[in-house]
Design a protein around this ligand. Sequence first.
Ligand code: ATP
Ligand code: RIB
Length: 304
Amino acid sequence: MKQKIIIAGSSNTDMVVKVPHIPAPGETILGSGFMTISGGKGANQAVAAARAGAEVLFIACVADDAFGTQSVEHYKKDGIDTSCIKVTSGTHSGIALINVADDGENSISVAPGANSLLLPEDIQACGKVLADAKIVLTQLEIPMTTVLAVAKAAHSNNIPFILNPAPGTEIPEELLEMTTLITPNETEAAIITGRDKFTEQDIPVMAGELINKGVQTVILTLGSKGVFLKSATFEGFIPGYQVKAVDTTAAGDVFNGALAAALAEEMPIKEAIDFAQRAAAISVTRMGAQPSAPYGKEIKEYKF
Ligand code: ATP
Ligand code: RIB
């Protein structure tokens, strides 16, 4: 039987331009292609988890515009339960403007729109469905008060709560104390632990500081270099997979979605990380956020 994961988070439509390099401040450059692609950290993670093999319920807020309607249709096609997606009026659905450079790197600006209207009471309204989840996962493209409501609901039902603290911002102590597993990248870990800059030597130190703040397990993601894991039973670097990067957009989201799916199936943590790193590496070989998320069979069988 598929394990149930609840993901609360953002739903965006990504407007993607292929560019030779990321433009500097004040610079205008000509791109070579334009795509409209389903995105948003919450939605990307929901799609990645569903394709990796989990039963997913996605809690989100979209506007009553064409982008919102189209996004919900896409989630349904991926078998995601959309019954807790709120449709609101008077604003636009979430939009992201993305430049993808020839080396696969990106720059992203987000206009949250309806994502800002996913409120704590919307989480409380989904209380019954939250109570029987195997894992709850969220990110930070929705209001912090809503993220706290999600964490409290998971905590009070003894459900493991995964926080992907992206985009990077300071985090209330109370939220970290309720977090079972946190998955920052290096920049996000530096912001949470109050650093302006960091070196490789800071990675284990930052992971230790997050544990001291009450988090049970830290998976610090390091892009093409893999991850640093600090748990009750293991501390160290775990390399990722070498691929030719076409578009790294949503690599972190695919990692988190696949990780949650693997942990919901009770895979041991290092195996779950391997599964998630395989999924994320496959995703960077393809353009776009949600279109790049692989399915379970491909994740297991892909030859690197
Ligand atoms: P993003 O913001 O691009 O979605 P992120 O900064 O949250 O990602 P990363 O640390 O860049 O997260 O990537 C998450 C995981 O994805 C990495 O730990 C790694 O397993 C995989 N990954 C990312 N980039 C690459 C790459 N270029 N090659 C192979 N694997 C990658
Ligand atoms: O993490 C990638 C995502 O960030 C994009 O899909 C974009 O919508 C922004 O939310």
